[in-house]
Structures are given as structure tokens and as C-alpha cells.
Design a protein around this ligand. Structure first.
Ligand code: FE2
Length: 235
């Protein structure tokens, strides 16, 4: 049984599922991969901010349909919050405008921008950690600044952040560099969680394929650690 903590399964919000049918199809694919729990994590950045109540409604609607069709997948609310700047995060922390990965607010998916490393990262990590929230950095293997300077990522981990590597990176779909760095992170034991970051039925929720590779590269004990951490995130 697997938990996917990063998935764009909700329709009509961002560049994820295009309609409810696709959301349902993604859930069916997830189930074939042994995934029973999915945190819906739409993008949250300047210009793409979906109100929490709309997201909550979308999750309830999808869950109703999953239950009606007897697809044994449980969906919950989350966000993929982009670290635009300290001011951006502070503003939305105060307004409580984004979802954490669980109701206890103990984990948040906190992604970097694509064009440059956010210089406020350590300060923002500190805010979250002091509030009892562990920030999870999604797909570090896809960011050039972490690939160029792996020690930068190691320092954030030492500070208390977790990482989430994406299955598609391990499969090579995100390019050779992301694949090589993703594998390196697994070998260095710097991967806390694995997730699909699925967006549709092509870029799909294929979690078990990544879990299989972790088993090949790091052994069954590591597989257990990684899968159990994702369960803990949604508890
Ligand atoms: Fe994502």
C-alpha cells in the first residue's frame, strides 16, 4: 500500500487533470500501482492561487465519485507552495491561504523556483521548523542549482528539510541529469520520500515503478523507510 504526497489530480485548477474523467482515470492508474492515498497538491505561486474552499470542494466531489465507482483511493487536500520569496510565504502564512500536506500542519510541500535558488530559503525553513512543520522539497533532482551544488541541498536537509524525489526522474523521463542526480541522492540516503508529481494519464501516478528502482539501488529496508515516511505525512 502506497501514499502519493504530490499529485496534480484535481481538474480545472492548474496544468493537472483536464476534467473529472481524467482525475478518475488517474486514480485508477494509481490504484494499479498500489497507491491508496493521494494528497492533491495543485500549484500555488504568484498568478496561480486557488482558494482553499474551492480546493476542498473539488476534493469532496472527486472523493464522492471515487466512492460511487468503488475505486479504493482516498484523496486529501494539499498545495505545492512555491518559495517565491520570504515575503510571499509570510503573507500567505498569515492569511492561511495554502494547504499543508495534512490537517496537523506538520508537513508542507515547498518547491523552489525554476530559474534560480531562492536566497530566503533557510530563513523560511526556519519559520516552518519553529512552528513544528517539516518542509518537504519536491523534485530537487530537477533543479540545476541543486545538481550544480549538492552540498546546498545537504545543508537544507541538515537544517531539517525533507526531500521528495519524483518517479519520472528516476525513470529518465526528466532527462539524464535529473535521473543521475536522483539516483545519487538515493545512494547518499538523502531521499526522504518518493512521489509521482503526476499531471495526467501520460505523466501518470506511477509510484510503484520508482519504488522498484529504490529497491534495486538501495535495498528493501530503504523502500520501507521511504514508503513509511509518506504514510506518516498524511496521518
Ligand atoms: Fe508538482
Amino acid at each position: 500500500m502506497l501514499t502519493d504526497i504530490h499529485c496534480h489530480i484535481l481538474d480545472g485548477i492548474d496544468d493537472g487533470a483536464k476534467d473529472l474523467q481524467e482525475s478518475l482515470e488517474m486514480a485508477r492508474i494509481a490504484l494499479q500501482h498500489g497507491t491508496h492515498r493521494i494528497v492533491a497538491t495543485p500549484h500555488f505561486f504568484e498568478g496561480c492561487i486557488t482558494p482553499r474552499d474551492l480546493l476542498q470542494e473539488k476534493v469532496e466531489l472527486l472523493q464522492q465519485e471515487l466512492d460511487r465507482q468503488e475505486i479504493a483511493v482516498k484523496i486529501s487536500t494539499g498545495h505545492e507552495v512555491r518559495l517565491e520569496s520570504a515575503a510571499f510565504i509570510q503573507d500567505h502564512l498569515q492569511k492561511e491561504s495554502f494547504f499543508y500536506l495534512n490537517a496537523a500542519d506538520s508537513f508542507v510541500l515547498l518547491e523552489q523556483r525554476w530559474d534560480r535558488y531562492c536566497p530566503d530559503t533557510e530563513e523560511v525553513l526556519d519559520w516552518f521548523l519553529k512552528r513544528g512543520t517539516t518542509p518537504i522539497i519536491p523534485h530537487p533532482e530537477r533543479h540545476f542549482f541543486f545538481r550544480d551544488d549538492p552540498e546546498l541541498l545537504s545543508r537544507l536537509i541538515a537544517q531539517g528539510a525533507w526531500t521528495q524525489v519524483s518517479v519520472d526522474s528516476l525513470l529518465g523521463t526528466n532527462g539524464a541529469e535529473a535521473q543521475a542526480f536522483g539516483r545519487q541522492l538515493i545512494e547518499r540516503n538523502e531521499v526522504h520520500t518518493l512521489a509521482s508529481d503526476a499531471h495526467n494519464i501520460v505523466r501518470k501516478p506511477n509510484l510503484s515503478e520508482g519504488i522498484r528502482l529504490v529497491g534495486e539501488w538501495a535495498g528493501p529496508a530503504r523502500v520501507q523507510e521511504i514508503t513509511e515516511r509518506s504514510h506518516r505525512v498524511v496521518e
